[in-house]
Every structure is written in structure tokens, then in C-alpha cells.
Design a protein around this ligand. Structure first.
Ligand SMILES: [Zn+2]
Length: 89
């Protein structure tokens, strides 16, 4: 039987446990690390929730891409791009 090692998307800890399913039927996990305690799933349908997207927005902004450029390239909402940039300033 094949096993899949699941690591926390926030802190990369392997101290994770299954805590049921999302309404779409995807497995939800909880990080048991004391400092983290976040829940997550592995395949987000919403592209803006996927790991690394927020960092990509900041990188593209620093390299001169406009808000509409970023939204088109990453396939996410313009408002998500604006909110992310505002939070990092
Ligand atoms: Zn964690």
C-alpha cells in the first residue's frame, strides 16, 4: 500500500492528522505542532489560496507588473492582488 507523507503547508511539520472532509469531499488536515495549529487541504480549488501565490504577487509587483497583469497571469481576482499588496506595505 502506498503512503503519502503530508507536511504542513505553513511550517513543513510532519505532525499532521486528518480532521475530516471539506464540503467538496477533500481531505482536511490539522497541524499538531504547538506553534502552528493550522488546518489545511492539499489541493485548493481557489488559486489564491494555493501556497506561494502571495509571494509571487509581491515578487511580480517588485518587478514592475501591474495589478491587471498579475491577476491575468495567476488567474486570480484583481481585488485579491490589491488586498495582498496592501497588507505587505
Ligand atoms: Zn504547521
Amino acid at each position: 500500500m502506498a503512503t503519502v507523507n503530508v507536511l504542513c503547508t505553513q511550517c513543513n511539520s510532519d505532525q499532521v492528522k486528518k480532521i475530516g472532509y471539506t464540503p467538496e469531499g477533500k481531505q482536511r488536515y490539522l497541524c499538531k505542532s504547538q506553534s502552528c495549529k493550522k488546518s489545511f487541504i492539499l489541493d485548493y480549488s481557489n488559486k489564491a489560496y494555493q501556497p506561494g501565490v502571495k509571494e509571487t504577487i509581491i515578487d511580480m509587483t517588485m518587478n514592475g507588473s501591474g495589478i491587471r497583469d498579475i491577476a491575468r497571469v495567476l488567474g486570480i481576482s484583481r481585488n485579491t492582488v490589491i488586498d495582498t499588496i496592501k497588507k505587505r506595505i
